[in-house]
Ligand binder design. Sequence first.
Ligand SMILES: [Mg+2]
Length: 268
Amino acid sequence: MGDLYALDFDGILCDSCGESSLSAVKAAKVRWPGLFDGVDSKLEDWIVDQMFIIRPVVETGYENLLLVRLLLEMRLPSIRKSSVAEGLTIEGILENWSKLKPVIMEEWDEKREPLVDLFGKVRDEWMEDDLATWIDANRFYPGVADALKFASSKVYIVTTKQGRFAEALLRELAGVTIPSERIYGLGTGPKVEVLKQLQKQSEHQGLTLHFVEDRLATLKNVIKEPELDGWNLYLGKWGYNTQKEREEAAGISRVQLLELSDFSKKLK
Ligand SMILES: [Mg+2]
């Protein structure tokens, strides 16, 4: 009958870590201007480098902003306002982000929504001012653009990114037009709910369902839902996950570890 693929965007189709880290630094400068007073370009480079290592903890883009400030507080005792920054290591962030996040948001008196809006606004402005450099800060993984272009399966994008950004990158960088109704972006609800919606649609009855994601925590959320038992689940090894998470995934029978080269073949 055919296959339906629900694909995560960042870390599966597109390596956007450079772009999201630079956007986060720009947004952090807007949100907390005083914080960057003593910050030179060397320290700023250090922050962007660390962001590549801790990227696996990020579920939604605005968290990049929190990470930028946390990294700054780790390096600069004078600006420290959170109780967790002293003695914190990169390893510590990778291990404990879900516990650290609510603590720093409380201590910095920040709420999710304004940060989401600001992060989107900073990206919009960057795109408007200089679309070429914004696009250049992203790249599609090798083979992915062609796989999407020539896919015979029904493809949906399920992402925590704002849909308009995913659409622009697909169009401008990958040369692929995916209709906006096939893109479930930020604000369309949790991924588990999107998957439930997709499997219920009458035109999808009889299709084999596949969900490809690079975040193990998201796949675990799917496993928790008996209603979603029919989905084949894949952890993309090339994306933003750690060795430890890949080892854990290898022990979960519902989850298949997927190589990039096999992923491109599957869509065809
Ligand atoms: Mg991802």
